[in-house]
Design a binder for this molecule. Structure first.
Ligand code: ZN
Ligand code: ZN
Length: 369
């Protein structure tokens, strides 16, 4: 996610509801547009409010912790806002807060996309289908039925708040509270849109072509701005995050920008040398196995691996040789091998330690060399 909600509020990930509330209250006192005219502060206040909206709701908080993004359908709902507003005005005393707009930014979405190894060799495009919130096709986010307009609230006269004078021990005190007739919006939608019930957005199945960058690895997240949920009441859209998951390939295992594979070949081919055709992402390629190749030897096909995400250069294919000793010999084959052994003076092999020494041989074996 672009903003960490816990960081925004300055609380730890295991903060209690009480701590979260206190932290938000403190920030709101310095960032609220009524106190701080700086537009940066207003932007921050919006983010902080969004963070509070999510973290103060156990359900939404759990979703967020699981990486499901801050949104979810209705996640941007205005449900908790009047509480916050009450709390805020309560804390601030008689501040003169204007009407609260209905609009709110849509939630961010996180969508996992499975791609094949072939897709990230040079990069590709994928169609992603997902459910999101879209601008209501009937009211276009105005929340009211077509050809109707919100009417100014008669209780607060469009102010969004009402002032009451109460007698207290300290004398007369004016308190400002959110207008309950219009929930602080200053106007009332008398005829809510029947399609979206007055939220200005509806659930929608979407389809999007997404560019998969060359060299992307599992876990890489792409951010598509404004492709997330539509905002409430015509507010700006959230972002869409695409998390890439590269599926396993039956032949090639990725190691950075290189691809590794194993080629099985008979003992005779290893001794005599051979040229073997390997199907790669660049079509069939010749793997030249030199005469006298040993088990575990490697043949490299340069520049046929994965394109580096930042370097733009392609890695190699590394072919490890697995040399197979024949197990089922018929009479004739046994004869020929025995003859070969005799010719090479190998009929009676003696106990012999590898030239490089036992220790370093075993060490190399465990290191996979
Ligand atoms: Zn509508
Ligand atoms: Zn009102």
């Amino acid at each position: 996610m672009n903003e960490d909600y816990y960081e925004l509020l300055g609380v730890s990930r295991d903060a209690s509801q009480d701590q979260i509330k206190k932290a938000y209250r403190k920030l709101a006192r310095t960032l609220h547009p009524d106190v701080n005219p700086d537009p940066d502060a207003a932007e921050k206040f919006k983010l902080v409010s969004q963070a509070y909206e999510t973290l103060s709701n156990e359900e939404k908080r759990r979703m967020y912790d699981m990486g499901g993004g801050p949104g979810g359908m209705g996640g941007g709902g205005f449900g908790g806002f009047s509480d916050i507003f009450d709390m805020f005005t309560g804390g601030m005393g008689q501040r003169n807060a204007g009407p609260v707009p209905r609009t709110q930014r849509g939630g961010d979405l996180l969508q996992r996309v499975n791609v094949e190894l072939a897709d990230v060799i040079r990069g590709s495009e994928k169609t992603v289908r997902f459910t999101s919130a879209a601008v209501c096709p009937r009211c276009y986010g105005s929340c009211g039925e077509p050809d109707t307009k919100p009417v100014t609230c008669t209780v607060c006269k469009g102010q969004g708040h009402v002032q009451r004078v109460v007698q207290s021990l300290l004398g007369q005190m004016a308190t400002v509270t959110v207008c309950s007739a219009c929930q602080g919006h200053g106007d009332i939608i008398e005829h809510p849109c029947v399609e979206c019930s007055g939220y200005g957005r509806v659930r929608d199945e979407r389809e999007l072509r997404v560019k998969i960058p060359a060299g992307a690895e599992t876990g890489v997240r792409l951010r598509l701005r404004s492709e997330g949920e539509a905002g409430v009441a015509g507010g700006p859209s959230g972002d869409l995050f695409i998390e890439i998951h590269v599926e396993r390939h039956p032949v090639f295992v990725r190691e950075g920008d290189n691809l590794q594979t194993v080629l099985e070949l008979p003992m005779t081919a290893a001794a005599l040398g051979a040229t073997i055709t390997l199907e790669t992402f660049d079509g069939p390629q010749e793997v030249v196995v030199p005469a006298g190749s040993q088990p575990g030897d490697e043949v490299r096909l340069r520049g046929l691996g994965v394109t580096g995400l930042s370097s733009g250069r392609r890695g190699d294919i590394r072919v490890s040789l697995k040399i197979v000793v024949p197990t089922k010999l018929n009479e004739r084959q046994r004869e020929l091998l025995s003859e070969l052994a005799t010719l090479r003076g190998e009929e009676k092999p003696e106990s012999k330690v590898p030239e490089q020494g036992v220790f370093s041989w075993l060490r190399d074996k465990f290191n996979g060399r």
